[in-house]
Design a protein around this ligand. Structure first.
Ligand code: NAP
Length: 494
């Protein structure tokens, strides 16, 4: 079959896809892209085209910025309660359309349907959380220490925002930015990943139906992300760039934003260590490791990438974790039996395979999986590698797939040193029954987030973000809205 020809789909899937707008959403209006270009959206379970969407050009991006700039003043002046209520209505709409959103996400991104359902719930929560935060933006008022004046500190919306989002969480990586931007009073232009534009377009439709004011949101799918975002970064009317994606692209965007001294937030790649000490509850560590590795099919920036296990419990941990991962059923994400869907595309699957081959060539032992299955789609099985040597690339690079790489250590100092042996610093996981050790290690691990005896960290109420090559800025929590606010000091006489 010609991969460019949309394939025959069952009636339910066809009607779901037909309900998704495939035009650009420019400040509240659906339009074709300049030149009427489109690009295909691929089903990772077959490699076939699902549908085509409008392919934004730089001129479309400028139209989105015109609309955002025109809306800025009135949106910032709207009552915070009004903005909060809009966000809450969108959270309700997401909840009502959760099933369609989850199926759509699985169709374009591949992951098993329960994973998509979990993302819809997590992603929607950012609207509920920031609907509540919209009314809690506060400043302060104090007397100057010398007694000769008063200090008034206020918070104001930063202005029009550009959000560039990845494919691995097509909804949540957008809502984690749109929620706080709108709560703060900033119009936002979203450039979703070209692999997964449908979820964001569907969200735009839900937001439009919920009463979104004109100009406040634009969604610009594009097959030429660098070209389409460049004029926005060059335009002084844009006041903020928030990016989630790879460290490599994040670095280049920081460079491009430097000229205009654009305010930036960077949620970048990770290389999370999962550290199991000799006093850990091994069964709890195995349950946590399964979640930390297999959530989202391993395609999460917080996914445990390296398993550093004290040699005293390493064999037991390895055997039990391998037994757990053997239970995963690989298949198309919409299949009811599937617990592990395909990876997003051939490049991603090839990279996972390359990292596994490299580790095995250097001496690692594959005890589960480790080979690309025959047939269509971008599948890769749950894989466990033991005795991974220190020079294996998989310990340095983000694997972004269902691969566990295990390496032993002896004692706390060696465990912490191994965990910190990376340029990244997003998430880390620690298993120990000793509270003193847990706090000591959590404080000494160089990362923005540490899970103690738990394998999932993400929570709308907590500040999500990294240090070192994992970027800067925080999303979620009470901190998340700060990224979209400026602090203004007004000096008053006494
Ligand atoms: P990516 O290749 O960096 O792409 C991310 C986004 O940037 C996509 O929308 C992409 O568009 C766009 N993009 C790529 N090159 C660009 C350029 N030169 N100028 C402007 N935009 C550009 O990352 P990805 O492969 O989609 O996502 C996986 C990465 O995201 C992983 O490293 C993961 O760790 C990271 N991530 C981090 C977090 C976090 O919170 N720290 C969360 C999730 C994911 P196209 O799709 O068109 O290429």
């Amino acid at each position: 079959m010609d991969k460019e020809t949309p394939r025959q789909l069952d009636a339910d899937t066809r009607s779901l896809l037909d309900s998704v707008p495939t035009q650009l959403f420019l400040g509240g209006k659906w339009c074709d892209a300049e030149g009427s270009g489109t690009f295909p959206v691929i089903d990772p379970s077959t490699g076939d085209v699902l549908t085509r969407v409008a392919d934004a050009r730089p001129v479309d991006a400028m139209r989105a910025l015109d609309a955002a700039t025109a809306a800025q003043k009135s949106f910032a002046a709207a009552a915070p309660r009004e903005r909060g209520e809009l966000l809450r209505s969108v959270w309700q709409a997401i909840s009502e359309h959760a099933d369609d959103l989850a199926r759509l996400m699985t169709l374009e991104m591949g992951k098993a349907l329960p994973e998509s359902r979990a993302e819809v719930s997590y992603g929607g929560e950012f609207f509920r959380w920031f609907s509540e935060e919209a009314v809690r933006v506060a400043g302060r008022f104090t007397q100057a220490p010398a007694g000769n004046g008063r200090i008034l500190v206020t918070r104001q919306p930063v202005g029009p925002v550009l959000a560039i989002t990845p494919w691995n969480f097509p909804l949540a990586m957008g809502t984690r930015k749109i929620g706080p931007a709108l709560a703060a009073g900033c119009p936002i232009i979203v450039k979703p990943a070209s692999a997964t534009p449908l979820t964001m377009l569907y969200l735009a439709k839900l937001m439009q139906d919920a009463g979104l004011p004109e100009g406040v949101l634009s969604v610009l799918p594009s097959s030429s992300s660098s070209e389409v975002t460049q004029p926005l970064l060059d335009d002084p009317r844009l006041r903020k760039l928030t990016f989630t994606g790879s460290t490599e692209v994040g670095r280049s965007l920081v460079e491009k934003s430097a000229h205009g001294l654009l305010r930036t937030s960077m949620e970048l790649g990770g290389n999370a260590p999962f550290v199991v000490f000799d006093d850990a509850d091994v069964d709890a560590a195995v349950a946590g490791a399964t979640l930390a590795k297999m959530r989202n099919g391993g395609e999460a920036c917080t996914a445990a990438n390296r398993f550093h296990v004290d040699n005293a419990v390493r064999d037991e941990f390895t055997t039990k974790l391998t037994d757990k991962l053997r239970e995963y059923v690989l298949g198309p994400g919409l299949d009811p039996d599937t617990t592990l869907g395909p990876l997003v595309n051939a490049d991603q699957r090839n990279k996972v395979d390359e990292l596994v081959r490299d580790a095995v060539d250097k001496g690692a032992t594959p005890v589960l999986g480790g080979t690309v299955p025959d047939g269509p789609g971008f599948f890769y099985p749950a894989t466990v590698l033991t005795d991974v040597p220190a020079d294996a690339r998989i310990l340095k690079e983000e694997v972004f797939g269902p691969v566990v790489a295990i390496r032993g250590f002896d004692g706390e100092d060696e465990g912490v040193a191994a965990a910190n042996d990376t340029e990244y610093g997003l998430a880390a996981y620690v298993y120990t029954r000793d509270l003193d050790r847990a706090l000591r290690v959590a404080e000494n691990i160089e990362s923005g987030m540490v899970g103690v005896n738990r394998g999932v960290l993400s929570d709308t109420a907590a500040p999500f973000g990294g240090i070192k090559a994992s970027g800067f800025g925080r999303e979620g929590g009470i901190e998340g809205i700060d990224e979209y606010l400026e602090t203004k000091y007004i000096a008053l006489t006494d």
